[in-house]
Structure formats: structure tokens, C-alpha cells
Design a binder for this molecule. Structure first.
Ligand code: FAD
Length: 400
């Protein structure tokens, strides 16, 4: 008996990867009447959904727009994002009685645990007749006359549509693999070099020991380079710098580049220091700066010689004040690198969108082959954008 004739192992759509994108696709394709199988090598589905958002899953961002995504082709994500919006996902949550709240900057989180989203994804998949097989690793993928043959540890499957939803390289200990890139290469697709994104920076030498000495301290900054700028909190760590502003700029960072940090972001520091000087001419520069920055940071910057030691503000000229403000508004530091795949929240780069349909995520080279979610060269900012891409790209593929 040929495998093709064995209808039990023949599916209209076979999805590799039971994460956010794969499960969402499975449900939508099942609802459209396709016989769907979702497989995953892990023994539990959607583990990244489970740990996301500190366990409450920041499942979307109400301000989602194409500008919140990084890609070699910034236009690629537009179509899918327009056809499945945050409101569409919110409406789905309402049907499952999952309540949520906005934390900050349009970031929506579950009121309860993120397991509720996983239950919804699994419930919808099974409700639509889709099957899920966990602990199933793929050994080989090949093209047949009108579809694909996928050999796995749990049997050989044939499918008309092969949907790759196996994510990126971030957090290998959670089962991340480069499987999607291998399949893409096998079928002649180009890969935009994957790199860790939304990831803390590490420092070496004096910077490392200095930052470690104030580990745990957070302050608002604008972190920027010549491609992007983010005004949010920064956190000093034992290895370097983290916090939302730093994670955001890391996605735009290239090896060897310096960062510019505005420690006085959003404040008229020159006016504040001048007023403080007029009121307290006998106080030190450090005490004036402590009205703007955390004390321990002021002490560290003074120790590093980035702020002059000025015992009496009366001795500080207006030009000198402007000079200090300029320096603190553009504090240049060069990271030694990032914490890498171990802690990166996402993978930037991935399967080149040039040869994918932006309407359906289908390969232009190999009909029936689809790539969705994080494996594609579309990377969201911190704040729910990556899940919105997972839902939107899955929805687009299921519409095909
Ligand atoms: C700590 C952390 C917190 C995060 N928090 C948020 C957040 O709050 N909001 C947000 O928008 N984004 C967040 N993200 C990013 C988000 O989790 C991902 O962008 C999203 O999960 C990508 O979905 P995906 O389905 O494409 O891939 P994944 O969710 O990674 O799913 C891929 C699946 O494929 C499976 N797989 C991999 N290789 C193989 C293989 N060879 N064979 C079979 N199966 C395979 C994996 O086991 C996994 O189940 C967070 C990420 C991390 C790491």
C-alpha cells in the first residue's frame, strides 16, 4: 500500500510547530474545512506563550502598525497585519471569556495566567477537527508530485500544504531550532542572517564592574542609534544593561556599535540645574544632579569622571552646565555583545520575504509551502507585537 493511499496519514495541511502561529493556523484552517495535523518535537505545546509577559502573555498591542516591525522589506507585513488586527484577536478572547487589561503603551495582558490563551488555541484547534501530535521530531521533508512527504519519529505523513511554524533560534533550552531555515534552504529560499533581538547587552572590563556595582538600579532613558530611539526604562545588571529601552534598541544594534543613552530624556535639565544653582549656590553639582538622576548613578558617573566633581555650584558657569547636560544627554557606551540566544526574546532576520507572498505567506518558489510566525524575517518590537505577527501571519496563510 502506498503512503498516499493511506488516507489516515494524508492531511490537507501539515503544520510543523505547535507554538502561537502553528496552533492559530491549525484552528483557522480546520474551520475552513481542511484536515489538519499539527506536530511538534516538544512534549508541551506553546511553551513560549506560557512564559510570555511574565506568565500573563502580552498577547497583542493596540497600537500595532507596520512601523513596529523590523524586516529587510518593511512593506511585507502590511497586508497580513491589516487583515487580522488586535481587535480581531480581542474579539476572539471575548468569545472564550478571557479578560485582559492594558498595562502601558498599548500592551494588552491577560488578567489571569497565559495558560488561558493556550487552552483557547488548543480548544479551537480540536473544535475545528484539527489533530495535534507532540513529541514528534521530523526526520525528512520531501516534495511529492502534488504535495509533500514528511517523515517523523511517529510515522510518515503526506500533505498538500506544508506550513512551517517552528519559530526562531531564541532560547534553545525551550526547544528552539533552526528547522525552519533548514527547510527554507532545502527549497532554495534565502535566509537573512538570524540574530538575537530583544536581548540584554553585556559589557567587559571597567564598564562591567561599574554596572554590576549598581545592579538592580533602573532609570528612564532614551536609548538610540542612527536607526531608532526608544524612551523607556533602563536597568543595570550584573552583566551589563537591560530593561525595555535597552531590549528595544538591541533589535537595531550591530556588533561593535556604540549606543547613545540620553539619561535626562524628556527633562529640561539645563533649566533645572540653573534654578537649583540659583537657590543653592553652596551645594555641589552632585546634589543638583541627584534631583534628576538616581543618587547611585550620579556617584558612579562622578567616579568614572563623566561628571566633574564640583563642590560649589556657584563656581559652575552656564556653559559648563550646558556641557554637562550635553554629555549626559548623549552618554556613549559600547557593549561587548549581547546575552545571545540564551535570553533573546526573539530572533531578528529569518526567511527572506522576497520569495514569500505577503498575502498568503506561501513560497513563490514551491507552491503549497508556507512559512509563518517568528521564522519569517519580520520581527516585532517589545510589547505584544510579536504575538500579533504570529496571529496575523497564521490568519493570512489560512485564508489561502
Ligand atoms: C521569555 C519570552 C517572553 C516573551 N514574551 C512575549 C510577549 O509577552 N509578547 C509577545 O508578543 N511576544 C513575546 N515573546 C515572543 C513570542 O513568544 C514569539 O515571537 C512567538 O512565540 C513566536 O511564535 P511562533 O509560533 O512563530 O514560534 P514559537 O512560539 O517559538 O513556536 C515554535 C514551535 O515549534 C517547535 N519546534 C521548533 N523546532 C522544531 C522542530 N525541529 N520540529 C518540530 N517542532 C519544532 C517548538 O517546540 C515550538 O513549540 C516572548 C518570547 C520569550 C522567549
Amino acid at each position: 500500500m502506498s503512503i498516499a493511499a493511506d488516507s489516515e496519514n494524508h492531511f490537507d495541511a501539515l503544520v510543523i510547530g505547535a507554538g502561537a502561529a502553528g496552533l492559530f493556523y491549525g484552528a483557522r484552517a480546520g474551520e475552513a474545512g481542511l484536515r489538519v495535523l499539527v506536530i511538534d518535537h516538544a512534549t508541551r505545546p506553546a511553551e513560549k506563550v506560557r512564559i510570555s509577559g511574565g506568565g500573563r502573555c502580552n498577547f497583542t498591542n493596540i497600537h500595532t502598525a507596520p512601523g513596529n516591525f523590523i524586516s529587510a522589506n518593511p512593506h511585507f507585513a502590511k497586508s497580513a497585519l491589516a487583515r487580522f488586527t488586535p481587535q480581531d484577536f480581542i474579539a476572539r478572547l471575548a468569545r472564550h471569556n478571557i479578560t485582559w487589561h492594558e498595562k502601558t503603551l498599548g500592551q494588552l495582558f491577560c488578567d489571569g495566567r497565559s495558560g488561558a490563551i493556550i487552552d483557547m488555541l488548543l480548544g479551537e484547534l480540536h473544535g475545528a477537527g484539527g489533530e495535534l501530535r507532540l513529541g514528534t521530531s521530523v526526520q525528512d521533508v520531501s516534495r511529492t508530485g502534488n504535495g509533500f512527504r514528511v517523515s517523523t519519529a511517529g510515522g510518515v505523513f503526506e500533505t498538500g500544504r506544508l506550513v512551517i511554524a517552528s519559530g526562531g533560534l531564541s532560547i534553545p533550552k525551550m526547544g528552539a531550532t533552526g528547522f525552519a531555515y533548514d527547510v527554507a534552504r532545502q527549497f532554495g529560499h534565502n535566509i537573512i542572517a538570524p540574530r538575537p533581538a530583544l536581548v540584554p547587552f553585556v559589557f567587559e572590563g571597567r564598564d562591567k564592574s561599574d554596572f554590576a556595582s549598581i545592579a538592580g538600579l533602573a532609570c528612564p532613558v532614551q536609548a538610540r542609534n542612527d536607526r531608532a530611539a526608544f524612551e523607556e526604562a533602563m536597568l543595570f545588571t550584573h552583566r551589563g544593561l537591560s530593561g525595555p529601552a535597552i531590549l528595544q534598541i538591541s533589535s537595531y544594534w550591530s556588533e561593535g556599535e556604540a549606543l547613545s543613552l540620553d539619561l535626562l530624556a524628556g527633562r529640561d535639565a539645563a533649566a533645572a540645574l540653573t534654578a537649583f544653582k540659583a537657590e543653592h549656590p553652596k551645594k555641589s553639582l552632585a546634589s543638583a544632579l541627584e534631583t534628576l538622576l538616581p543618587n547611585r548613578l550620579v556617584a558612579l558617573l562622578t567616579e568614572r569622571g563623566e561628571i566633574p566633581g564640583v563642590p560649589r555650584l556657584a563656581d559652575l558657569s552656564h556653559t559648563a552646565i550646558e556641557d554637562i547636560v550635553a554629555r549626559l544627554s548623549d552618554w556613549r557606551i559600547k557593549p561587548a555583545g549581547t546575552e545571545g540566544w540564551r535570553t533573546a526574546e526573539v530572533t531578528a532576520g529569518g526567511i527572506d520575504t522576497q520569495e514569500l507572498s505577503s498575502k498568503t505567506m506561501e513560497s513563490r518558489r514551491v507552491p503549497g509551502l508556507y512559512f509563518i510566525g517568528e521564522c519569517v524575517d519580520v520581527t516585532g518590537w517589545l510589547g505584544g507585537y510579536n504575538f500579533q505577527w504570529a496571529w496575523a501571519s497564521a490568519h493570512a496563510a489560512a485564508q489561502a
